[in-house]
Design a protein around this ligand. Structure first.
Ligand code: DGJ
Length: 739
């Protein structure tokens, strides 16, 4: 219980609430925000940003607008973050501070601001949980009531902070045209008015827009400097960022209100007395420079989100792009052999292995029937698992437990298990989604994974896919006047299934996939080890996608497989996949000797560098999303600065002068040996170079051909040998000049 304390320096300046007498400070580590209750218990934001946990700043918004526009007198009309129709039909809410609770765990604390409506029996709790090791703050809202009937939540945002922004304030959103265009990078200047960035479809909304937002309140930033706010809605359903920009009279500065949470469009929530609405958690930070933003999100994702974050992820060989549905036992065993020959860690059998009365020979049948198709695989999954084990590699298996083809035994037995409204449900990829609000469906989905892992006894990896959005929303688990609740309840029900699966199979590594990167949010990822970034594996596009999603997620979780997509040179495709969680989805049987040699070099490189890529510090050096977008360079540096790997990519023809690669994060005085390869030949040793020379750009660009690459490994002279025994077959450069 926080008894409240007087505001420092005589209260907020400008149009601060008169009579402010109680403050709540949340110190997120190098930034924070401060709320204050005025004498009547009305809550205001009085500080936000680097100084926000200490000093008030000149903003005076109601900190969580509750649909009472004249509140406090000085507040402009605002779109509400919380909009409720109460049981008696009243459409406004007036919250007052009740108490503040603080709960500490180690260095961190959860601050809960408890408020209540001044007339109705309705309570709102605002929770803020710090993660000071990273500087990311998690916030969510809980609402309950004892009114004389249900209340309707029309808007139910998780946060609604207000920023004072400059005329060049900008936002970046991450989403493109849908399938195969995830993580497209769009930056725009903020102008007065309301801008809504939302997503729909429930099951794979991130195909439209990843639920993250980058805000530069004072204009463009770079890696090292400038105010940058990053915000992630940890929600496996539809999300909304609503940005409301208000000019100030005779000032360049503007007020920006950012509301973030579950998208309420079509998803107003009818809350019974005694029930509790829990909003998505929004994780956010205020950083100086984009490097710090990523450092923070990576650290927080590792500490609070991913399963087994310290475990180095395997080199995966997947069969999807090489076989699609068309394979048999001999073909798969052949691919397992090739994967083992190459030195991969794991073979992943994708879609198409199941369906008996309705064989899964295409995407139009069999989904839901999780028995092995013995026509294709007469020895069952066991034979494949044993074959992988005999070759010393692991086995993984694909499932899509939330879905069904109408052409399946499951649908014939349970046509009423699907998500649908009063119409005939529309097919998407010839399939329907099962309704997880039905307890029998949740049990079935958990059972699918149990059954499949039992049939593939010894399998240690599972790819969880979901290949359609919700288009005809409805659930027979809900009464007719509660149908809109489904959008929120489906997320919790699906998470319940995923949590049960993760608990039942703690040793199984799990990949999250939804038609590519349709599910990559920090909420759903809690039950997974990694995600499938996109079905688009054209390495030119992938460089930009991985660049974008690397702002929020560590590369240990970002799966990247070498494929034939785009017909790019194999060394280039390998080099792009090597800068994330590396694997192949290539017809290994079809490789000629040169191709095989390139893949072998790539696997050897992965062995030497995967600990850096997955657990080291990402440094972005040359951007493929700014300027002429023709080049990219990024590096990963070990915590002790003893080792690093640099990836440089010439993506397209350049129209600008080549940049130097200015290596960041090394010891300036130490000497580093450098080995360089483009994967067409074994690495060549160069240098040594001092950390200072590397920082000053001694590594020239030296790439001109589109889709060419260079990988430079740096080892400080006193550092231990890298894993994998050092670059095999290293030869000394004839000239000894910089690569
Ligand atoms: C979509 C996924 O993104 C692909 O990798 C593959 O697993 C297919 N589904 C299989 O249907």
């Amino acid at each position: 219980m926080d008894p409240g304390e007087p505001l420092e320096s005589g209260g907020a300046s400008g149009a601060a609430p008169v009579g402010t007498d109680r403050v709540v400070r949340v110190d997120a580590g190098e930034w924070g925000w401060t709320w204050a209750a005025d004498a009547d218990g009305r809550l205001h934001q009085v500080g936000l940003g680097p100084e926000g946990a200490r000093a008030p700043v000149e903003v005076d918004p109601v900190w969580y607008p509750d649909a009472h526009p004249t509140w406090g007198g000085a507040d402009p009309l605002r779109p509400p973050a919380l909009r409720i129709t109460h049981a008696d039909g009243t459409t406004t809410t007036r919250l007052r501070l009740d108490r503040v609770e603080r709960q500490s765990v180690g260095d961190d604390e959860t601050v809960s601001v408890c408020a209540f409506d001044e007339v109705f029996n309705l309570r709102v709790r605002f929770h803020a949980r710090t993660h000071r090791a990273s500087g990311v703050l998690e916030q969510w809202v809980e609402i309950d009531h004892d009114e004389d009937g249900p209340v309707t939540l029309w808007d139910h945002d998780s946060i609604a902070p207000t920023f004072l922004v400059g005329p060049d304030a900008a936002i970046t959103q991450f989403g493109g045209a849908g399938w195969a265009d995830e993580w497209a990078w769009t930056t725009e200047r903020l102008t007065p008015g309301t801008k809504v960035l939302d997503s729909l479809g429930g099951i794979q909304p991130h195909l439209q827009r990843a639920p993250v937002l980058l805000l530069e309140p004072n204009g463009p930033t770079d890696e090292e400097s400038g105010d940058v706010v990053g915000c992630s809605i940890a929600w496996g359903g539809n999300t909304r960022f609503a940005l409301d920009v208000r000019p100030r009279a005779n000032e360049e500065l503007r007020d920006l209100r950012v509301r973030a949470g579950a998208n309420p469009l079509g998803a107003h929530y009818v809350l019974e007395a005694g029930d509790r609405f829990v909003s998505p958690t929004v994780a956010w930070t205020w950083a100086q420079g984009r490097q710090q933003l990523s450092d923070r999100f990576h650290r927080w994702t590792r500490d609070r989100v991913l399963r087994d974050p310290g475990r180095t992820r395997p080199i995966v060989v997947n069969n999807w792009e090489s076989t699609f549905f068309d394979f048999d036992e001999a073909r798969i065993i052949g691919l397992i052999d090739r994967a083992a020959d190459l030195g991969a860690d794991l073979f992943l059998l994708d879609d198409g292995w199941f369906g008996t009365t309705h064989p899964r020979d295409d995407d139009d049948a069999g989904l839901g029937d999780w028995d092995v198709d013995r026509r294709k695989l007469p020895g069952g999954l066991e034979v494949l698992v044993r074959s992988a084990e005999a070759r010393g590699i692991r086995f993984g298996i694909w499932v899509e437990p939330e879905m069904v083809n109408p052409d399946s035994d499951l649908f014939e037995a349970h046509p009423d298990w699907v998500i649908r409204d009063g119409r005939e449900p529309r097919l998407h990829r010839n399939q329907l989604a099962l309704d997880p609000l039905l307890a029998e469906v949740r049990d079935f989905e958990v059972g699918v994974v149990d059954r499949v892992l039992a049939a593939a006894e010894g399998a240690t990896y599972l790819k969880w896919d979901a290949n359609r959005p919700v288009t005809d929303p409805g659930s027979r688990a809900l009464p007719t006047d509660r149908q809109s609740n489904a959008w929120v309840d489906w997320v919790h029900a699906t998470w319940d299934v995923m949590a049960r699966v993760a608990r039942a199979h703690p040793a199984t590594e799990m990949m999250l996939c939804a038609s590519g990167g349709g599910r990559t949010d920090h909420g759903t990822l809690r039950w997974f080890h990694e995600f499938w970034t996109s079905d688009n594996t054209d390495p030119v596009t992938r460089v930009r996608m991985q660049w974008a999603c690397g702002h929020w997620l560590p590369m240990s979780a970002t799966a990247a497989h070498v494929t034939a997509w785009g017909g790019r040179p194999l060394p280039f495709a390998c080099a792009v996949a090597l800068s994330a969680r590396f694997g192949f989805d290539l017809d290994l049987d079809a490789l000629d000797a040169d191709g095989l040699a390139v893949c072998r070099r790539a696997v050897a490189c992965a062995r030497r560098t995967q600990d850096l890529v997955q657990h080291g510090r990402l440094r972005r050096l040359v951007s493929p999303v700014d300027g002429d977008r023709s080049r990219a360079a990024l590096a990963f540096v070990s915590d002790d600065r003893g080792r690093a790997v640099v990836f440089a990519y010439q993506l397209e023809e350049s129209t600008t002068e080549a940049p130097a690669i200015r290596m960041d994060g090394l010891d300036r005085d130490a000497a580093y040996t450098a080995t360089v390869t483009d994967l067409t030949a074994d690495p060549v040793e160069l240098g040594p170079f001092t950390g200072a020379a590397l920082a000053d750009g001694v590594l020239g660009w030296n790439l001109t051909e589109p889709t060419s690459t260079r990988i430079v490994e740096l080892v400080r002279s006193d550092a231990a040998d890298p894993p994998g025994g050092g670059p095999g077959g290293v030869s000394r450069s004839a000239t000894g000049t910089a690569p």
